[in-house]
Ligand binder design. Structure first.
Ligand code: OKP
Ligand code: ZN
Length: 344
């Protein structure tokens, strides 16, 4: 299978995040993508192609236009405000009791207005990386649409926490959602998004929640105990026309392959029943037993089994890279899913 990759991801570097009240170097770092790319090469998965540049119209179909405009100008606004900190981060949000019906001019306020946490820092190269990540997903989607059985979008930064008008959790543009919508606009009647990242893909769920044409299935850590905390429960089934099209599989800390694979099995049965034209897999490998920020117990030998099960759906598949923070093993695990899909 072919991989699409952009070196522009590397400009999104030297970020910071809050962990237990301390500002520490970001876990979502450039070496993640480089380890995966190296493994794609050493495993001879297939050609690695650069993305084609797309305009932002595809992104604007799942994200609010003002949000996309905001993303593209954060760094210049931050600099114009004279800020010298290492990364632009929000610290105030229009929560219950405050007004979200007007958007202040100050960049600090806009950062909060367009986010749900302080987990999506901006540095000088962030926008170029975010844009390239979206281009990677769209280019790989194009490969699938022109007849490839599957393609790998080696996206960085990830996207599944980003919603129609908010960033958060290392995510800015929801690459998987943009790709799913692109498939809808290029001949697919129905699309399924299967999110196997450790964290609930709250952004993807929000974007498609009231739609019947995009089925969303999420296997993740129980939000009662784990980030993103405020979405991802089993009783969230979709609304309006989308009623019955959203499926969540929250699982407890310590979940290993025996239990996790049962959820995958159930999700695959639901995909089969939906009869989509294409499947978008939000591929996170932070379910790994040695992941530094997660608490599931999947082993490296489990990842090819995931790919094998997805293959059995008998559908075209776009794999979109999401999380995974055990950088030493991230390539082994992510590419393991892909080689498992290819039956080797
Ligand atoms: C992104 B993806 C405090 C902990 C917050 C955010 C995790 C985002 C995961 N810094 N952790 O789903 O892998
Ligand atoms: Zn994750």
């Amino acid at each position: 299978m072919k991989t699409v990759f952009s070196p522009l991801h590397a400009g999104h570097a030297d970020t910071f995040e809050l962990v237990a009240g301390e500002l520490v170097p970001g876990f979502e770092k450039p070496s993640r993508a480089e380890f995966i790319r190296a493994r794609v090469e050493s495993e001879k998965l297939g050609d690695i192609l650069p993305p084609q540049e797309h305009d932002l119209s595809a992104a604007r179909k799942v994200h609010a236009s003002d949000y996309i405009d905001f993303l593209s100008t954060v760094w210049s606004q931050w600099q114009a405000a004279g800020h010298t900190g290492p990364a632009a981060l929000p610290y105030v949000w229009p929560t219950r009791g405050l007004r979200a019906d007007r958007r202040p001019r100050a960049i600090e306020a806009q950062l909060g207005y367009y986010s749900f946490d302080a987990g999506a820092p901006f540095v000088k190269g962030t926008w170029e990386a975010v844009k390239s990540s979206c281009d990677v997903a769209l280019t790989a989607a194009g490969l699938v649409n022109t007849g490839e059985r599957a393609a790998f979008a080696l996206c960085r930064p990830p996207g599944h926490h980003a919603g129609s008008a908010f960033m958060g959790g290392y995510c800015y543009i929801n690459n998987a959602a943009v790709a799913a919508q692109w498939f809808r606009d290029h001949g697919a009647a129905r699309v399924s998004v299967l999110d196997i990242d450790y964290h609930h893909g709250n952004g993807t769920q929000e974007i498609f929640y009231s739609r019947a044409d995009v089925q969303v299935l999420n296997l993740h850590a129980d939000p009662m105990a784990e980030y993103p905390f405020f979405l991802g429960h089993a009783d969230e089934h979709g609304s309006g026309a989308g009623q019955g099209c959203n499926h969540n599989y929250p699982m407890p800390a310590g979940t290993a392959w025996d239990e996790w694979s049962l959820a995958l099995e159930d999700a695959c049965a639901k995909i089969g029943a939906c009869r989509p034209d294409v499947v978008v897999v939000s591929l996170g490998v932070d379910t790994f037993e040695k992941d530094p920020i997660s608490r599931f117990r999947l082993k490296s030998s489990d990842y090819p089994l995931i790919g094998k099960r997805i293959r059995k759906l008998g559908l075209p598949v776009l794999f979109v890279m999401e999380g995974g923070y055990a950088v030493e093993e991230i390539g082994i695990n992510a590419v393991g899913v892909l080689t498992g899909f290819e039956g080797r």
